[in-house]
Design a protein around this ligand. Structure first.
Ligand code: SAH
Ligand code: SF4
Ligand code: F3S
Length: 451
């Protein structure tokens, strides 16, 4: 008997890539491959890549260099680049790393088996043409047994002037609610408790699907989808990301308040607190509109947690405009904020402008914003002190095996003493005894442990 071939996948980038990797791992296992943690011991290595900023892209090249060398002494090594760098660079990756067997864009993730068969027939394959994403029939190999991603809309039709995503992920394609619900029912049968519905611009869900209501609305919207899937038995929590302020609606906020399983956490990137910068980014809203959305959420759900993304040092951003971002962050008080210095990306309009800012300005602004963010997050964390929070236990604390970790409904990472074998997948009432800017520690209140 021949030894089964081993595969390794390293994933960079966002939740979409993580979800794609889980599906590709499922396909490989279906084909008889076995997983290995060690990329330098595997017979098939797949890098699922991200190109959102230059440093994300550069990481891949250093990994690839080492694997290309390995292939010289191990000719049966299959080397794959998937994801957004693959889509962005296509053929030119082959020139850079001729040892590659397969270059496949994100839209081709579900076709991995068919593409590998072509590789095994002796071909070097570049699969980056835009295609309609086929519903996937293979079971993903999920990283967690408690929480799962479920794609609801692929691609993005926005034109933010800094962003590569529409170029690499293609045009919007929503899945039908029936397929989404069926996947969630299947997850529930397998024992999963939490689902995060995914889309780069999840508020666009349904606008590419046919049909309108008598009032002229799209027949399918994210709000309707939440009502349609919320009663899947066994799924206890539903989250969704990423929201776009341009399309965010009061109907959606009401649904989140009405539906007990939908967690009170909103991830709504604002990118900049300055209207001129927002306009140059082509975001389609003002900071006033953004503030109205947050106020509305807080009217319905005063304790909702709010996270976001922001970019500093966008081309032409003045000190005063940057201070408007600081002001917004100071006034809103985010629970968490992902910050980044602007990185010019190939094929995007802003990369060609001649008002780029220096590395020095980028570093300085990023540091000032990050400082404010941790200060505000620490303040926001204080409200948890002494409170009882529902924590869905996901795993052992890797730094302290006598503790388990999970998340509150507001998505705060929480640690408490307990046995993972007993508590994994359980929702436990935890009294918070210690607060840090981005995580909490507490004590379980045994009487309130739910099944
Ligand atoms: N669809 C989401 C975000 C997708 S990309 C949205 O519309 O907000 C994730 C984050 O990366 C973005 O929110 C943005 O803050 C950041 N980002 C995207 N392109 C970038 C660039 N060229 N330079 C720096 N940060 C960028
Ligand atoms: Fe990029 Fe804008 Fe689409 Fe988000 S909405 S993925 S930032 S183009
Ligand atoms: Fe990166 Fe692609 Fe996601 S560029 S952020 S992995 S959509």
């Amino acid at each position: 008997m021949t030894k089964p071939r081993q595969y390794h996948i390293t994933t960079f980038g966002c939740q979409m890539n993580k979800a794609d990797s889980e599906r590709m791992a499922g396909i490989l296992e279906d084909m008889g491959y076995l997983f290995t943690e060690d990329p330098y011991n595997a017979d098939l290595v797949l890098y699922n890549t991200c190109t959102i900023r230059d440093n994300a892209e550069q990481k891949v090249y250093s990994y690839l260099g080492r694997q290309a060398k390995r292939k010289q002494t191990k000719p049966d090594l299959t080397l794959i680049v998937a994801g957004c760098v693959a889509q962005q660079e296509g053929e030119s990756l082959l020139r850079r790393v001729p040892e590659l067997d397969l270059i496949m864009g994100p839209q081709h993730a579900n076709r991995l088996q068919e593409l590998l068969e072509q590789v095994d027939a002796g071909n070097q394959i570049v699969a980056t043409e835009p295609i309609h994403i086929v519903e996937d029939i293979t079971k993903p190999r999920r990283d967690s047994t408690v929480t799962a991603w479920v794609n609801v809309i692929y691609g993005c039709n926005e034109h933010c002037t800094y962003c590569v995503v529409p170029g690499v992920r293609g045009t919007e394609q929503s899945r039908y609610p029936e397929a989404i619900r069926a996947e969630m029912e299947d997850l529930a049968r397998q024992g999963f408790k939490e689902v995060t519905l995914l889309g780069q611009n999840i508020d666009a869900y349904g606008r590419d699907l046919p049909g309108t209501t008598p009032e002229g609305r799209n027949l399918y919207t994210l709000t309707d989808l939440l009502y349609y899937v919320h009663d899947v038995e066994g799924i206890e929590r539903i989250r969704f990301a990423t929201s776009h302020p341009r399309y965010f609606t009061e109907r959606l906020i009401k649904a989140c308040k009405d539906l007990p399983k939908v967690c009170e956490h909103f991830h709504i990137p604002f990118q900049s607190g300055d209207n001129e910068v927002l306009k140059a980014m082509r975001r389609g809203y003002t900071h006033e509109k953004y503030r109205r959305i947050i106020n509305m959420i807080r009217e319905y759900m005063p304790d909702a947690s709010i996270s976001a993304d922001a970019i500093v040092a966008f081309p032409g951003e003045t000190e005063e405009q940057f201070e408007n971002t600081l002001k917004l962050v100071d006034e809103i008080g985010f629970d968490q904020l992902n910050t980044a210095a602007y990185s010019p990306r190939p094929g995007t309009p802003a990369a060609t402008w001649d008002n780029q800012l220096s590395e020095e300005v980028k570093g300085d602004r990023l540091q000032r914003l990050n400082h404010l963010v941790s200060q505000k997050a620490a303040e926001r964390s204080q409200r948890y002190a002494g409170r009882i929070e529902e924590v869905l236990v996901e795993d052992q604390n890797p730094k302290n095996p006598s503790q388990v970790m999970g998340r509150t409904r507001g998505n705060r990472l929480t640690f408490f003493t307990g046995d993972i074998n007993e508590l994994k997948g359980k929702t436990v009432a935890v009294k918070i005894t210690e607060v840090r800017p981005f995580s909490l520690t507490g004590e379980p209140i045994e009487a309130l442990v739910t099944v």
